[in-house]
Design a protein around this ligand. Sequence first.
Ligand code: PGA
Length: 252
Amino acid sequence: MSRKKILLANWKMNTNYNEAVTLAQEMDYERKAFAGIDTVVCPPYISLKGVGNVFAFDKSPLMLGAQDVFWEQDGAYTGFISASMLKSLAVSYCIVGHSERRHHAKEDDKTVGLKAQALLEAGITPVICVGEPPVVYEAGSTREFVSEQLSVALEQVEDPQNLVVAYEPIWAIGSGKVASPLHVQEVLSALRAVLEARFGAERAEAMRLVYGGSVMAENIHAYSEIEELDGFLVGGASLDAQKFAAIAKNMK
Ligand code: PGA
């Protein structure tokens, strides 16, 4: 089964509006590097429209993603943003369950699943993030831990369509430490097994699994042999268009 590679830029809470628009232009300028890869840029909410305008105006192959969503459609939910609102800005992907949201906004596996389901209903592809804290990694229990995170979230998902799962060990995010290829391979196999158990082998096989955590152009060659790996979710290195493009080039 050949799955199209995917590369996601998670700008997190970085870039003001003008900086985001400029960075989007710089990324589009590197578009050749992204040919053949589904490339998704996830700016902060306030810049979704501006970044989307850059991509639309330039007829860019880059796609727009969001970093979070709320599961209700509309109503008295001050400060929240719904999937249909994202859809109205031509958002096509949305990260859910990033460890920083699990930590700072106290999200749990069930709410992550509710968000994924709301996105799917709106026609947006969810990118469900899972990942273990250092103590779980050190205890050698990563596979059990992330399998539980994913299976509880998936209880809320009726039709997964083309959902993406991102494995991001918490200890690797922004730390400069990366997980070994063998570890990533084992964890992704476990995650694929969870998808299979929930949706059947054929559908699970079509879904994409990505790795995130201190990904840079210099360290991804080690992952090129991992059959289960379909791409990367990139934080820090996605704030520089050339560094991000270099990652895409090294994925080929
Ligand atoms: P990082 O972040 O690439 O800066 O480690 C990845 C992420 O949190 O998505």
